[in-house]
Design a protein around this ligand. Structure first.
Ligand SMILES: NC(=O)c1ccc[n+]([C@@H]2O[C@H](COP(=O)([O-])OP(=O)(O)OC[C@H]3O[C@@H](n4cnc5c(N)ncnc54)[C@H](OP(=O)(O)O)[C@@H]3O)[C@@H](O)[C@H]2O)c1
Length: 229
């Protein structure tokens, strides 16, 4: 499958590498291809630089946001919360079309340092802002409640017995994303809870405030929540 992954950070790298290793044709999108490939500084301590990652994953093509979006039959938005709308505008509405846009972003605002606050919350969400800005695209908010390594290997914590969510206005798109999460990364269908329309992304995004405190207290992002009905 042709997949466009927008975002060169930890999420973009982790998902692109995994998808390419499974034989998918992946283009990872950035603002500036030359600058991304030349980046030898790790984005965060303990992380690989983009240059080192790209050397290990040469099968993933690096393109502009627009090239990645044009390439993908299905798109993944893994751009920073505060830069997401700008990144998607650069990708271009014509390239997004009515494609499924798997939106993993969180509206984290680090302008006052850590822990971050949310740049949008309560009565709106980044998922909704994206859906409003690109009404044709079929936005499915998911995977934003877990760390990147858990996204691509749910069995890495608790044997895979835990939950993630999907939010979106298009029922078929949510069903397809749920299927793909199983096919690509091994998520069991029963682990994926359909919260409802795109307004339910508010809860999934605001949960991240708790996720961050759990991560800080635990000293590790390798955990998830399990919903017991
Ligand atoms: N890290 C995780 O494990 C994790 C888990 C759950 C959800 N998330 C969410 O997933 C998203 C990606 O996280 P991340 O840690 O992988 O990377 P990130 O550092 O949050 O985002 C990196 C990407 O955002 C782009 N970007 C930054 N500012 C921009 C701007 N003003 N305009 C256009 N593009 C801009 C960068 O473009 P360039 O390539 O040009 O630099 C880069 O591709 C975030 O929304 C984050 O909250 C992350």
């Amino acid at each position: 499958m042709n997949i466009g992954v927008l975002g060169t950070g930890m999420v973009g790298q982790t998902l692109s590498g995994k998808l390419a290793s499974e034989g998918h044709e992946v283009v990872i999108g950035t603002r500036d291809v030359d600058r991304a490939i030349a980046r030898t500084e790790p984005p965060r301590p303990g992380m690989q630089s983009f240059a080192a990652w790209h050397e290990e994953n040469p099968e993933v093509r690096v393109g502009t946001f627009a090239e990645a979006a044009a390439h993908g039959e299905i798109l993944v938005n893994a751009t920073s919360g505060t830069g997401s709308l700008e990144a998607l505008r650069a990708a271009g509405a014509q390239n997004l079309g009515d494609k499924i846009l798997i939106d993993i972003t969180n509206p984290l605002d680090f302008s006052r340092g850590a822990p971050p606050s949310l740049s949008v919350s309560n009565t709106d969400s980044l998922g909704e802002q994206i859906q409003r800005a690109f009404p044709e695209a079929r936005v499915v908010k998911t995977l934003n409640t877990i760390s990147a390594p858990v996204m691509v290997d749910p069995t890495g914590v608790g044997g895979g017995d835990h939950h993630i969510f999907v939010s979106g206005d298009d029922a078929d798109a949510k069903a397809e994303v749920t299927r793909l999460l199983g096919e690509w990364f091994g998520w069991r269908a029963r682990s994926v809870i359909d919260l409802g329309d795109i307004t339910t992304a508010r809860g999934a995004e605001m949960y991240v405030a708790l996720w961050i405190r759990l991560m800080m207290g635990r000293g590790s992002p390798m955990f998830n929540i399990k919903i017991v009905w």
